[in-house]
Design a protein around this ligand. Structure first.
Ligand code: AMP
Length: 537
């Protein structure tokens, strides 16, 4: 028997309409490219998103068109999130750190018709303009007179583009499964693959994020996570839903400008990948500063280390919430909220629990399977391929011919994990990064985390290299804080922290580690570089 209730067409533009009515004066703060702080509010963002939506329709763009952004976190980018998707077009967020060849690939693969571009990124487009000739128009995110000299065709400023838009525009009704946004995976091997979110998936995901991250209207969120990567972890959707103030740092992501922004805007809740935190905390340490306004932080994208967790908790009195997810999961899969039980635990026990990636958010299911696809127990010991399914998990990559899921709807995340009796999932490694040695597995993440707990180690990366006897053996590559360290110092330090057979055969010191377009370590570069190290010995 069917229920007798009404059906639902969740156009994401209804979110910004909701904020206009319920939280019209709540601030949206952006640091502009010039460094100047710009202030607007949800009422203004909504009215200008309406103008953008109606201007797009007037100019002939329509439902189903893919329109891209190559932009920073700023109020105009936020308006575009709603203005573009709200008319049924698809917001394709481009990653400005992509290699030009990959940028060309994704723009052409998506068939982008417009690119909304931030002034500093115009040269990126000029360099590839002959290879993206299907793009009809470039809308520069600036005021009328601010477009710099450039060689692109059909360029208009955003302010001129929306000038004739209708402030009273009414959003069209669109199908709940209609495409809303498009984001390509980072693609460390092969071409990037597109994940096409729907209005329903983005809305349900935002609703769940509120409880899974314990978000409230008192929070002031620092959105360091880029809007080009998985919808900035959904903040642009749930912040207006809850009606909380957002602060966007623009280009300046270094320690001092971030600290000043946090302090000046009274940020209470900050979101970022571990590398951003390392820079900020390094600055705080050198200047003897404490992040006194921040109460909570969400860290995800890469594993949280014990040293980062301790520094945030003990020096800055910040509750750390680890989150795990991926482009294919919108991104939230698990979160690890600080619970009342945790607070009663001895500190070290609480930290061990917090280092786990967390429990499934309401709406998604997780399981682990062995190499043959058989279910493994949730006993905290068995390690297997992590599978996920749920309403904001991918079914099929954009324009792919077959589904990315198995017949029961499970998507293989490519991560190797354990799940314990209480439902806490722990990432052991990416399946391709786990080190297979003598028939056993070594977690490169655990080794890295052990190394960064050394006071002189700033960053560590561990990869498995081919070995004539053991199949693979670990190599550790380290960036220090400038103090001198030897291989023996590192091995001595690790000896009581990991099993003896986990100890890296070699330790190499470098000035910098390679990071990809979303801040993740590019392990394949190190594997390639040192490929023959153990084969030659
Ligand atoms: P992306 O699609 O680029 O966001 O990358 C997703 C991948 O990042 C996941 O499959 C994990 O391997 C990794 N990842 C995300 N969050 C975490 C986390 N909290 N701990 C460890 N790895 C993570």
């Amino acid at each position: 028997m069917k229920g007798n209730m009404q059906s639902w067409g969740p156009n994401v533009a209804q979110i910004i309409e909701h904020a206009r009515v319920n939280s019209p004066n709540v601030e949206v703060v952006s640091r502009l490219v010039s460094g100047e702080i710009h202030r607007t509010n949800y009422s203004e963002v909504c009215i200008r998103a309406r103008k953008l939506g109606s201007a797009l329709l007037k100019k002939g763009y329509k439902e189903g068109d893919v329109l891209a952004s190559l932009a920073l976190n700023s109020y105009r980018h936020l308006e575009a999130y709603f203005g573009v998707s709200g008319i049924g077009a698809v917001m394709h967020t481009l990653n400005f750190r992509l290699h030009p060849e990959q940028l060309v690939y994704v723009i052409n693969h998506a068939e982008d018709k417009i690119i909304f571009v931030e002034v500093p990124f115009i040269p990126l487009l000029e360099a590839i303009k002959d290879s993206i000739s299907d793009v009809q128009e470039f809308v520069v995110l600036c005021d009328k007179g601010e477009i710099p000299e450039n060689s692109l065709n059909n360029v208009i400023s955003y302010e001129e583009f929306i000038e004739d838009g209708d402030e009273n525009f009414i959003w069209p009704k669109i199908d709940e499964d209609a495409a809303c946004g498009l984001c390509y995976t980072s693609g460390t091997t092969g071409n990037p693959k597109g994940v096409l979110y729907s209005h329903k998936s983005n809305t349900l995901h935002a609703l769940t994020a509120i409880s899974s991250l314990d978000v409230s209207s008192d929070d002031v969120i620092l959105m360091v996570v880029p809007m080009f990567h998985v919808n900035a972890w959904s903040i642009p959707f749930y912040a207006p839903l809850v009606g909380l103030k957002i602060v966007m740092p623009g280009m300046q992501m270094e320690g001092q400008p971030l600290y000043d922004l946090i302090d000046g805007e009274n940020v209470t809740f900050a979101f970022g990948v571990p590398t951003v935190w390392m820079g900020l905390l390094g600055y705080c340490k050198s200047e003897n500063l404490v992040l006194s306004s921040i109460k909570k932080t969400v860290i995800g994208g890469s594993a949280l280390s014990l040293s980062l967790l301790k520094d945030l908790h003990e020096t800055h009195d910040i509750d750390v919430i680890q989150g795990w997810g991926m482009t294919e999961t919108s991104p939230l899969g698990t979160t690890n909220l600080v619970t009342p039980e945790m607070r009663k635990m001895p500190k070290e026990e609480m930290y061990q629990l917090q280092l786990k990636q967390g429990r499934a958010c309401y709406g998604v299911e997780l399981k682990i399977v062995d190499d043959s696809g058989n279910d493994l127990p949730n006993d905290g010991e068995a390690q297997g391929h992590l599978l996920i399914r749920g309403p904001w998990v991918i079914k099929r990559y954009f324009k792919a011919e077959k589904d990315a899921t198995d017949k029961n709807g499970w998507f293989d995340t490519g991560d190797i994990s354990t799940i314990d009796q209480d439902g806490y999932m722990t990432i052991v490694d990416r399946a391709k990064d786990v080190i297979k040695t003598g028939g056993e597995w070594i977690s490169s993440i655990d080794l890295e985390n052990a190394a960064v707990s050394h006071p002189d180690v700033v960053e560590a990366c561990v990869v498995g290299l081919p070995h004539p006897k053991w199949d693979e053996r670990p190599l550790m590559v380290i960036v220090t804080n400038g103090n001198s360290l030897s291989k023996d110092d590192v091995i001595d330090f690790l000896t009581d922290k990991v099993a003896k057979w986990w100890l890296p055969d070699e330790v190499v010191f470098v000035d910098e580690l390679p990071h990809g377009a979303t801040g993740k370590l590019l392990k394949y570069e190190l594997r390639d570089k040192y490929e023959n190290l153990y084969m030659e010995n």
